[in-house]
Design a binder for this molecule. Structure first.
Ligand SMILES: Nc1ncnc2c1ncn2[C@@H]1O[C@H](COP(=O)(O)OP(=O)(O)OP(=O)(O)O)[C@@H](O)[C@H]1O
Ligand SMILES: [Mg+2]
Length: 469
Protein backbone atom coordinates (compact mmCIF):
# COMPACT_ATOMS: atom_id res chain seq x y z
CA UNK A 1 0.00 0.00 0.00
CA UNK A 2 1.51 3.30 -1.11
CA UNK A 3 1.35 6.01 1.54
CA UNK A 4 0.29 9.50 0.55
CA UNK A 5 2.02 12.59 1.86
CA UNK A 6 1.16 16.23 1.30
CA UNK A 7 3.84 18.91 1.61
CA UNK A 8 2.69 22.49 2.22
CA UNK A 9 5.60 24.93 2.07
CA UNK A 10 6.34 28.20 0.30
CA UNK A 11 10.05 27.43 0.11
CA UNK A 12 10.59 26.16 -3.46
CA UNK A 13 13.99 24.62 -2.90
CA UNK A 14 12.85 22.66 0.18
CA UNK A 15 9.75 21.41 -1.62
CA UNK A 16 11.60 20.14 -4.63
CA UNK A 17 14.29 18.42 -2.59
CA UNK A 18 11.80 16.80 -0.22
CA UNK A 19 9.50 15.56 -2.97
CA UNK A 20 12.46 13.91 -4.67
CA UNK A 21 13.62 12.32 -1.43
CA UNK A 22 10.22 10.95 -0.44
CA UNK A 23 9.36 9.74 -3.93
CA UNK A 24 12.67 7.93 -4.12
CA UNK A 25 11.61 6.05 -1.01
CA UNK A 26 8.31 4.94 -2.43
CA UNK A 27 5.87 7.53 -1.09
CA UNK A 28 3.22 9.24 -3.20
CA UNK A 29 3.73 12.97 -2.72
CA UNK A 30 1.70 16.03 -3.55
CA UNK A 31 2.68 19.63 -2.94
CA UNK A 32 1.08 22.99 -2.21
CA UNK A 33 2.94 26.28 -2.05
CA UNK A 34 0.53 27.84 0.46
CA UNK A 35 -2.06 26.83 3.05
CA UNK A 36 -5.12 27.71 0.96
CA UNK A 37 -3.89 25.54 -1.87
CA UNK A 38 -3.23 22.83 0.70
CA UNK A 39 -6.83 23.04 1.91
CA UNK A 40 -8.10 22.63 -1.66
CA UNK A 41 -6.09 19.45 -2.10
CA UNK A 42 -7.14 18.12 1.33
CA UNK A 43 -10.76 18.68 0.47
CA UNK A 44 -10.46 16.25 -2.41
CA UNK A 45 -8.22 13.59 -0.99
CA UNK A 46 -7.12 12.22 2.35
CA UNK A 47 -3.46 11.80 3.25
CA UNK A 48 -1.53 9.57 5.59
CA UNK A 49 0.63 12.53 6.59
CA UNK A 50 0.75 16.28 6.06
CA UNK A 51 4.08 18.10 6.30
CA UNK A 52 3.41 21.79 6.74
CA UNK A 53 5.60 24.83 7.03
CA UNK A 54 4.84 26.92 10.09
CA UNK A 55 5.48 30.42 8.77
CA UNK A 56 3.83 31.13 5.42
CA UNK A 57 2.36 34.14 3.70
CA UNK A 58 -1.42 34.43 4.16
CA UNK A 59 -2.75 31.58 6.22
CA UNK A 60 0.00 30.19 8.46
CA UNK A 61 0.78 26.63 9.47
CA UNK A 62 -0.99 26.84 12.84
CA UNK A 63 -4.24 27.88 11.19
CA UNK A 64 -3.92 25.10 8.64
CA UNK A 65 -3.24 22.63 11.45
CA UNK A 66 -6.39 23.69 13.30
CA UNK A 67 -8.41 23.40 10.13
CA UNK A 68 -7.13 19.87 9.53
CA UNK A 69 -7.69 18.78 13.15
CA UNK A 70 -11.29 19.93 12.97
CA UNK A 71 -12.03 18.09 9.77
CA UNK A 72 -10.10 14.90 10.23
CA UNK A 73 -8.47 14.66 13.64
CA UNK A 74 -6.83 11.37 12.70
CA UNK A 75 -4.65 12.85 9.95
CA UNK A 76 -1.18 13.35 11.42
CA UNK A 77 0.44 16.71 10.77
CA UNK A 78 4.16 17.34 11.13
CA UNK A 79 5.36 20.94 11.25
CA UNK A 80 8.44 22.21 9.48
CA UNK A 81 10.13 25.18 11.04
CA UNK A 82 13.19 27.38 10.99
CA UNK A 83 15.14 27.63 14.27
CA UNK A 84 13.55 30.98 15.02
CA UNK A 85 10.06 29.56 15.44
CA UNK A 86 10.71 26.53 17.63
CA UNK A 87 8.52 28.07 20.32
CA UNK A 88 5.61 28.24 17.90
CA UNK A 89 6.32 24.66 16.90
CA UNK A 90 5.92 23.59 20.50
CA UNK A 91 2.62 25.48 20.52
CA UNK A 92 1.62 23.50 17.43
CA UNK A 93 2.25 20.22 19.25
CA UNK A 94 -0.15 21.37 21.95
CA UNK A 95 -2.72 21.97 19.25
CA UNK A 96 -2.40 18.45 17.95
CA UNK A 97 0.58 18.43 15.61
CA UNK A 98 2.35 15.09 15.75
CA UNK A 99 5.92 16.37 15.68
CA UNK A 100 8.08 19.12 14.23
CA UNK A 101 11.35 19.21 12.34
CA UNK A 102 13.70 22.13 12.06
CA UNK A 103 15.09 23.37 8.77
CA UNK A 104 17.60 22.78 7.37
CA UNK A 105 17.27 19.11 8.11
CA UNK A 106 19.18 16.03 7.33
CA UNK A 107 17.59 13.62 4.79
CA UNK A 108 18.02 10.59 6.99
CA UNK A 109 16.44 12.30 9.93
CA UNK A 110 13.50 13.44 7.87
CA UNK A 111 12.91 9.89 6.62
CA UNK A 112 13.15 8.44 10.10
CA UNK A 113 10.59 10.91 11.44
CA UNK A 114 8.20 10.39 8.56
CA UNK A 115 8.37 6.63 8.92
CA UNK A 116 7.79 6.88 12.64
CA UNK A 117 4.56 8.87 12.20
CA UNK A 118 3.26 6.48 9.60
CA UNK A 119 4.17 3.51 11.76
CA UNK A 120 2.34 4.96 14.77
CA UNK A 121 -0.69 5.71 12.67
CA UNK A 122 -0.79 2.15 11.43
CA UNK A 123 -0.56 0.83 14.98
CA UNK A 124 -3.39 3.10 16.13
CA UNK A 125 -5.53 1.76 13.34
CA UNK A 126 -4.75 -1.83 14.19
CA UNK A 127 -5.55 -1.30 17.85
CA UNK A 128 -8.83 0.32 16.97
CA UNK A 129 -9.67 -2.55 14.66
CA UNK A 130 -8.82 -5.14 17.29
CA UNK A 131 -10.90 -3.31 19.85
CA UNK A 132 -13.86 -3.19 17.50
CA UNK A 133 -13.54 -6.87 16.78
CA UNK A 134 -13.38 -7.69 20.45
CA UNK A 135 -16.48 -5.66 21.07
CA UNK A 136 -18.09 -7.35 18.13
CA UNK A 137 -17.43 -10.91 19.19
CA UNK A 138 -17.16 -11.62 22.84
CA UNK A 139 -16.97 -8.91 25.35
CA UNK A 140 -20.41 -7.49 24.55
CA UNK A 141 -19.16 -4.04 25.48
CA UNK A 142 -19.04 -3.98 29.26
CA UNK A 143 -21.23 -6.81 30.40
CA UNK A 144 -19.32 -8.54 33.18
CA UNK A 145 -20.17 -12.10 34.09
CA UNK A 146 -18.84 -15.59 34.61
CA UNK A 147 -21.92 -17.51 35.71
CA UNK A 148 -23.33 -20.34 33.65
CA UNK A 149 -26.74 -18.73 33.47
CA UNK A 150 -25.26 -15.57 31.97
CA UNK A 151 -23.18 -17.62 29.54
CA UNK A 152 -26.49 -18.99 28.32
CA UNK A 153 -27.70 -15.41 27.87
CA UNK A 154 -24.61 -14.49 25.87
CA UNK A 155 -25.13 -17.48 23.67
CA UNK A 156 -28.68 -16.40 22.90
CA UNK A 157 -27.51 -12.86 22.21
CA UNK A 158 -24.87 -13.96 19.77
CA UNK A 159 -27.40 -16.13 17.97
CA UNK A 160 -29.99 -13.43 17.60
CA UNK A 161 -27.97 -10.20 17.45
CA UNK A 162 -27.24 -10.05 13.76
CA UNK A 163 -30.75 -10.92 12.64
CA UNK A 164 -33.77 -8.68 12.40
CA UNK A 165 -35.75 -10.75 14.89
CA UNK A 166 -37.74 -8.96 17.56
CA UNK A 167 -36.25 -9.64 20.98
CA UNK A 168 -38.03 -9.55 24.33
CA UNK A 169 -35.72 -9.02 27.31
CA UNK A 170 -37.23 -10.18 30.58
CA UNK A 171 -35.78 -9.62 34.00
CA UNK A 172 -36.17 -7.93 37.36
CA UNK A 173 -35.26 -4.31 37.82
CA UNK A 174 -31.54 -3.61 37.58
CA UNK A 175 -30.54 -6.90 35.97
CA UNK A 176 -29.08 -5.17 32.93
CA UNK A 177 -31.91 -5.24 30.40
CA UNK A 178 -30.99 -1.98 28.74
CA UNK A 179 -27.36 -2.94 28.67
CA UNK A 180 -28.24 -6.17 26.92
CA UNK A 181 -30.43 -4.38 24.38
CA UNK A 182 -27.49 -2.14 23.50
CA UNK A 183 -25.21 -5.14 23.17
CA UNK A 184 -27.65 -6.67 20.71
CA UNK A 185 -27.81 -3.50 18.67
CA UNK A 186 -24.05 -2.95 18.62
CA UNK A 187 -23.49 -6.54 17.58
CA UNK A 188 -25.87 -6.24 14.65
CA UNK A 189 -25.33 -4.85 11.19
CA UNK A 190 -27.47 -1.89 12.30
CA UNK A 191 -24.78 -0.71 14.70
CA UNK A 192 -23.94 2.42 12.71
CA UNK A 193 -27.61 3.46 12.64
CA UNK A 194 -29.52 4.89 15.62
CA UNK A 195 -30.35 3.02 18.83
CA UNK A 196 -33.40 4.78 20.20
CA UNK A 197 -34.83 4.22 23.67
CA UNK A 198 -38.49 4.81 24.40
CA UNK A 199 -39.70 4.37 27.96
CA UNK A 200 -43.31 3.38 27.53
CA UNK A 201 -44.31 4.23 31.10
CA UNK A 202 -42.90 7.76 31.12
CA UNK A 203 -45.61 9.62 29.20
CA UNK A 204 -49.37 9.74 29.04
CA UNK A 205 -51.09 8.00 26.16
CA UNK A 206 -51.35 10.86 23.66
CA UNK A 207 -47.84 12.15 24.27
CA UNK A 208 -46.46 8.65 23.92
CA UNK A 209 -48.36 8.21 20.68
CA UNK A 210 -46.81 11.38 19.20
CA UNK A 211 -43.44 10.34 20.52
CA UNK A 212 -43.62 6.95 18.85
CA UNK A 213 -45.30 7.77 15.58
CA UNK A 214 -45.08 11.55 15.20
CA UNK A 215 -47.93 13.81 14.11
CA UNK A 216 -48.95 15.88 11.14
CA UNK A 217 -49.21 19.63 11.37
CA UNK A 218 -52.64 20.50 12.79
CA UNK A 219 -53.37 16.93 13.90
CA UNK A 220 -54.72 18.30 17.18
CA UNK A 221 -54.80 21.64 18.97
CA UNK A 222 -51.23 22.51 19.74
CA UNK A 223 -49.80 20.51 16.85
CA UNK A 224 -48.43 23.57 15.10
CA UNK A 225 -45.71 21.74 13.32
CA UNK A 226 -45.16 18.37 11.80
CA UNK A 227 -43.32 16.09 14.16
CA UNK A 228 -41.40 13.01 13.14
CA UNK A 229 -41.74 10.14 15.62
CA UNK A 230 -39.08 7.90 17.11
CA UNK A 231 -39.86 5.03 14.77
CA UNK A 232 -39.04 7.25 11.80
CA UNK A 233 -35.98 8.66 13.59
CA UNK A 234 -34.70 5.16 14.10
CA UNK A 235 -35.00 4.20 10.45
CA UNK A 236 -32.36 1.60 9.66
CA UNK A 237 -31.57 1.14 13.35
CA UNK A 238 -33.09 -0.29 16.53
CA UNK A 239 -35.94 0.88 18.74
CA UNK A 240 -35.74 -0.20 22.38
CA UNK A 241 -39.19 -0.20 23.97
CA UNK A 242 -38.49 -0.17 27.68
CA UNK A 243 -41.22 -1.14 30.16
CA UNK A 244 -43.37 -2.45 27.35
CA UNK A 245 -45.83 -3.81 29.94
CA UNK A 246 -47.00 -0.25 30.55
CA UNK A 247 -47.95 0.61 26.99
CA UNK A 248 -51.69 1.53 26.76
CA UNK A 249 -54.01 -0.90 24.95
CA UNK A 250 -54.82 1.49 22.10
CA UNK A 251 -51.13 1.92 21.31
CA UNK A 252 -50.62 -1.82 21.49
CA UNK A 253 -52.77 -2.08 18.38
CA UNK A 254 -50.67 0.49 16.55
CA UNK A 255 -47.48 -1.21 17.64
CA UNK A 256 -48.71 -4.55 16.39
CA UNK A 257 -49.15 -2.96 13.02
CA UNK A 258 -45.55 -1.72 12.98
CA UNK A 259 -44.33 -5.22 13.72
CA UNK A 260 -46.59 -6.85 11.14
CA UNK A 261 -46.59 -4.36 8.29
CA UNK A 262 -43.30 -2.53 8.91
CA UNK A 263 -45.07 0.77 8.50
CA UNK A 264 -46.35 3.55 10.73
CA UNK A 265 -48.95 6.26 10.45
CA UNK A 266 -48.39 9.67 12.01
CA UNK A 267 -51.15 11.00 14.26
CA UNK A 268 -53.55 12.91 11.99
CA UNK A 269 -51.91 11.42 8.94
CA UNK A 270 -53.64 9.34 6.34
CA UNK A 271 -50.90 7.49 4.59
CA UNK A 272 -48.71 4.69 5.84
CA UNK A 273 -44.98 5.39 5.99
CA UNK A 274 -42.64 2.43 5.63
CA UNK A 275 -40.01 2.09 8.36
CA UNK A 276 -37.08 -0.27 8.65
CA UNK A 277 -36.55 -0.83 12.37
CA UNK A 278 -35.61 -3.69 14.60
CA UNK A 279 -37.58 -3.81 17.83
CA UNK A 280 -36.20 -4.87 21.20
CA UNK A 281 -38.66 -4.70 24.09
CA UNK A 282 -38.05 -5.12 27.80
CA UNK A 283 -40.13 -5.53 30.91
CA UNK A 284 -39.87 -6.59 34.52
CA UNK A 285 -43.54 -7.60 34.48
CA UNK A 286 -45.02 -10.99 33.80
CA UNK A 287 -46.13 -10.26 30.26
CA UNK A 288 -47.41 -13.78 29.62
CA UNK A 289 -49.65 -13.50 32.68
CA UNK A 290 -50.86 -10.07 31.57
CA UNK A 291 -51.69 -11.46 28.15
CA UNK A 292 -53.71 -14.27 29.71
CA UNK A 293 -55.68 -11.95 31.95
CA UNK A 294 -56.41 -9.54 29.10
CA UNK A 295 -54.24 -6.63 30.29
CA UNK A 296 -51.99 -7.02 27.29
CA UNK A 297 -52.98 -7.91 23.73
CA UNK A 298 -52.27 -11.57 23.25
CA UNK A 299 -51.39 -11.24 19.57
CA UNK A 300 -48.88 -8.48 20.38
CA UNK A 301 -47.39 -10.63 23.11
CA UNK A 302 -46.79 -13.46 20.64
CA UNK A 303 -45.24 -11.05 18.17
CA UNK A 304 -42.86 -9.71 20.80
CA UNK A 305 -42.11 -13.07 22.31
CA UNK A 306 -40.45 -14.51 19.19
CA UNK A 307 -37.08 -14.56 20.91
CA UNK A 308 -37.30 -14.04 24.66
CA UNK A 309 -34.13 -13.65 26.71
CA UNK A 310 -34.40 -14.00 30.45
CA UNK A 311 -31.86 -12.18 32.61
CA UNK A 312 -31.49 -14.03 35.91
CA UNK A 313 -31.67 -12.04 39.13
CA UNK A 314 -28.31 -11.40 40.78
CA UNK A 315 -29.03 -13.62 43.80
CA UNK A 316 -29.33 -16.59 41.44
CA UNK A 317 -25.81 -16.03 40.12
CA UNK A 318 -23.67 -15.30 43.19
CA UNK A 319 -20.52 -16.23 41.22
CA UNK A 320 -20.90 -12.92 39.42
CA UNK A 321 -20.81 -10.83 42.59
CA UNK A 322 -17.02 -10.74 43.16
CA UNK A 323 -16.39 -10.05 39.49
CA UNK A 324 -18.98 -7.28 39.31
CA UNK A 325 -17.67 -5.82 42.56
CA UNK A 326 -14.17 -5.61 41.17
CA UNK A 327 -15.53 -4.16 37.93
CA UNK A 328 -17.42 -1.40 39.77
CA UNK A 329 -14.44 -0.61 42.01
CA UNK A 330 -12.45 0.03 38.84
CA UNK A 331 -15.27 1.74 36.96
CA UNK A 332 -15.89 4.25 39.75
CA UNK A 333 -12.30 4.50 41.04
CA UNK A 334 -12.43 8.29 40.87
CA UNK A 335 -15.05 8.32 43.66
CA UNK A 336 -12.45 6.89 46.03
CA UNK A 337 -9.76 9.27 44.84
CA UNK A 338 -8.37 6.32 42.89
CA UNK A 339 -6.80 5.02 46.10
CA UNK A 340 -9.03 2.01 46.53
CA UNK A 341 -7.77 -1.16 44.89
CA UNK A 342 -10.16 -3.80 46.15
CA UNK A 343 -12.47 -5.10 48.86
CA UNK A 344 -11.77 -7.12 51.99
CA UNK A 345 -12.82 -10.79 51.93
CA UNK A 346 -15.27 -10.10 54.76
CA UNK A 347 -16.99 -7.58 52.53
CA UNK A 348 -17.23 -10.07 49.70
CA UNK A 349 -18.95 -12.56 51.95
CA UNK A 350 -21.35 -9.87 53.15
CA UNK A 351 -22.18 -9.04 49.53
CA UNK A 352 -22.65 -12.71 48.72
CA UNK A 353 -25.10 -13.14 51.56
CA UNK A 354 -27.50 -10.37 50.57
CA UNK A 355 -30.73 -10.80 48.55
CA UNK A 356 -30.16 -7.94 46.06
CA UNK A 357 -33.75 -6.97 45.25
CA UNK A 358 -32.34 -4.12 43.12
CA UNK A 359 -29.91 -6.51 41.43
CA UNK A 360 -26.79 -5.26 39.65
CA UNK A 361 -27.82 -1.61 39.84
CA UNK A 362 -28.12 -1.91 43.62
CA UNK A 363 -24.70 -3.56 43.85
CA UNK A 364 -23.21 -0.77 41.76
CA UNK A 365 -24.72 1.84 44.09
CA UNK A 366 -23.49 0.05 47.21
CA UNK A 367 -19.96 0.00 45.80
CA UNK A 368 -20.15 3.66 44.80
CA UNK A 369 -21.17 4.67 48.34
CA UNK A 370 -18.44 2.50 49.86
CA UNK A 371 -15.82 4.05 47.58
CA UNK A 372 -16.78 7.51 48.75
CA UNK A 373 -16.58 6.49 52.41
CA UNK A 374 -13.41 4.40 52.30
CA UNK A 375 -10.35 6.12 53.66
CA UNK A 376 -7.76 3.38 53.13
CA UNK A 377 -6.93 1.42 50.02
CA UNK A 378 -9.37 -1.42 50.68
CA UNK A 379 -13.11 -1.34 51.21
CA UNK A 380 -13.65 -2.92 54.60
CA UNK A 381 -17.32 -2.17 55.12
CA UNK A 382 -20.42 -1.76 52.98
CA UNK A 383 -23.96 -0.62 53.63
CA UNK A 384 -25.97 -3.70 52.96
CA UNK A 385 -29.10 -4.36 55.00
CA UNK A 386 -28.56 -7.20 57.43
CA UNK A 387 -24.83 -7.35 56.80
CA UNK A 388 -21.94 -5.13 57.82
CA UNK A 389 -22.88 -2.08 59.84
CA UNK A 390 -21.99 1.15 58.17
CA UNK A 391 -19.32 3.62 58.99
CA UNK A 392 -17.16 1.82 61.49
CA UNK A 393 -13.89 0.60 60.08
CA UNK A 394 -13.73 -2.34 62.41
CA UNK A 395 -17.22 -3.68 61.77
CA UNK A 396 -17.40 -7.35 61.07
CA UNK A 397 -19.92 -8.60 58.61
CA UNK A 398 -22.08 -11.58 59.39
CA UNK A 399 -23.08 -14.17 56.83
CA UNK A 400 -26.67 -14.65 55.76
CA UNK A 401 -28.63 -16.48 58.41
CA UNK A 402 -31.33 -18.95 57.59
CA UNK A 403 -33.36 -21.25 59.88
CA UNK A 404 -31.13 -24.21 59.23
CA UNK A 405 -27.73 -22.57 59.47
CA UNK A 406 -25.72 -24.65 61.96
CA UNK A 407 -24.50 -22.50 64.84
CA UNK A 408 -20.99 -23.89 64.55
CA UNK A 409 -20.73 -22.91 60.89
CA UNK A 410 -22.14 -19.51 61.65
CA UNK A 411 -19.57 -18.85 64.36
CA UNK A 412 -16.77 -20.16 62.20
CA UNK A 413 -17.62 -17.88 59.35
CA UNK A 414 -17.83 -14.85 61.65
CA UNK A 415 -14.42 -15.71 63.08
CA UNK A 416 -13.03 -16.07 59.60
CA UNK A 417 -14.42 -12.69 58.68
CA UNK A 418 -12.82 -11.18 61.73
CA UNK A 419 -9.54 -12.85 60.95
CA UNK A 420 -9.46 -11.75 57.33
CA UNK A 421 -10.43 -8.23 58.32
CA UNK A 422 -7.61 -8.09 60.84
CA UNK A 423 -5.16 -9.49 58.31
CA UNK A 424 -6.10 -7.02 55.60
CA UNK A 425 -6.01 -4.08 57.97
CA UNK A 426 -2.59 -5.04 59.36
CA UNK A 427 -1.11 -5.83 55.96
CA UNK A 428 -2.24 -2.42 54.87
CA UNK A 429 -0.75 -0.68 57.89
CA UNK A 430 2.55 -2.50 57.56
CA UNK A 431 2.91 -2.37 53.79
CA UNK A 432 2.44 -6.09 53.40
CA UNK A 433 5.23 -7.04 55.79
CA UNK A 434 4.21 -10.60 56.70
CA UNK A 435 6.87 -10.94 59.39
CA UNK A 436 5.46 -8.03 61.37
CA UNK A 437 1.87 -9.15 60.84
CA UNK A 438 2.72 -12.70 61.93
CA UNK A 439 4.17 -11.33 65.16
CA UNK A 440 1.07 -9.24 65.77
CA UNK A 441 -1.12 -12.28 65.27
CA UNK A 442 1.11 -14.50 67.33
CA UNK A 443 1.40 -16.96 64.46
CA UNK A 444 4.32 -18.20 62.44
CA UNK A 445 4.90 -16.75 59.00
CA UNK A 446 3.97 -19.93 57.16
CA UNK A 447 0.54 -19.99 58.76
CA UNK A 448 -0.02 -16.35 57.84
CA UNK A 449 0.94 -17.06 54.23
CA UNK A 450 -1.56 -19.93 54.22
CA UNK A 451 -4.32 -17.67 55.49
CA UNK A 452 -3.46 -15.01 52.92
CA UNK A 453 -3.96 -17.63 50.28
CA UNK A 454 -7.11 -18.99 51.85
CA UNK A 455 -8.74 -15.56 51.93
CA UNK A 456 -7.60 -14.70 48.40
CA UNK A 457 -5.72 -11.66 49.65
CA UNK A 458 -3.52 -10.09 47.01
CA UNK A 459 -0.33 -9.46 48.96
CA UNK A 460 1.36 -7.57 46.15
CA UNK A 461 -1.23 -4.83 46.52
CA UNK A 462 0.06 -3.90 49.95
CA UNK A 463 3.70 -4.01 49.08
CA UNK A 464 5.86 -1.40 47.47
CA UNK A 465 7.29 -2.15 44.05
CA UNK A 466 10.57 -3.74 45.03
CA UNK A 467 10.68 -5.15 48.56
CA UNK A 468 10.84 -8.80 49.40
CA UNK A 469 8.96 -10.67 52.20
N1 LIG B 1 -23.42 -7.76 33.82
C1 LIG B 1 -23.20 -6.46 34.07
N2 LIG B 1 -21.92 -5.99 34.02
C2 LIG B 1 -21.66 -4.70 34.28
N3 LIG B 1 -22.59 -3.80 34.61
C3 LIG B 1 -23.87 -4.20 34.68
C4 LIG B 1 -24.23 -5.55 34.40
N4 LIG B 1 -25.56 -5.66 34.52
C5 LIG B 1 -26.01 -4.45 34.87
N5 LIG B 1 -25.01 -3.55 34.96
C6 LIG B 1 -25.12 -2.13 35.36
O1 LIG B 1 -26.23 -2.02 36.22
C7 LIG B 1 -26.99 -0.86 35.96
C8 LIG B 1 -28.42 -1.25 35.62
O2 LIG B 1 -28.47 -1.87 34.33
P1 LIG B 1 -29.68 -1.62 33.32
O3 LIG B 1 -30.08 -0.19 33.33
O4 LIG B 1 -29.31 -2.20 32.02
O5 LIG B 1 -30.80 -2.49 34.04
P2 LIG B 1 -32.35 -2.66 33.70
O6 LIG B 1 -32.63 -4.10 33.77
O7 LIG B 1 -32.67 -1.94 32.45
O8 LIG B 1 -33.02 -1.96 34.96
P3 LIG B 1 -34.53 -1.37 35.10
O9 LIG B 1 -35.48 -2.51 35.01
O10 LIG B 1 -34.51 -0.78 36.48
O11 LIG B 1 -34.70 -0.37 34.02
C9 LIG B 1 -26.28 -0.14 34.84
O12 LIG B 1 -25.46 0.86 35.40
C10 LIG B 1 -25.44 -1.21 34.20
O13 LIG B 1 -24.30 -0.63 33.64
MG1 LIG C 1 -33.94 -0.23 32.22
Amino acid sequence: MVEHILIVDDDNAFRIATVALLEDHGFAVQVASNAVQGQKILEKQSFDLVLSDLVMEGMNGIELLQWIKERSPETPVMMITGFASVKTAVEAIKLGAYDYITKPCDNDELLIRVRRVLEDRKKDREIRQLRDELRGTYSFSNIVSQSDSMKQVFKSVSQVADTDATVLVLGETGTGKEMLAKAIHFNSSRKLKPFIVITCSALNESLLESELFGHEKGAFTGAQRLRVGKFEDADGGTVFLDEIGDIPIHLQTKLLRVLQEKEIERVGGNRPIPVDVRVIAATNKNLAGMAKSGQFREDLFYRLNVFPIHLPPLKERPEDIPLLTEHFVRKHANLGGSRVTGVAPSVLSALAGYRWPGNVRELENVIKRALIKTEGTVIISVEVPGAARSGSASSISSPALSDNTPFKDYMKSILQNAESLFLVEMLERHQGNVKVVAELMDLDRKTVYKKIEEYHIDLAKYRGADDAP
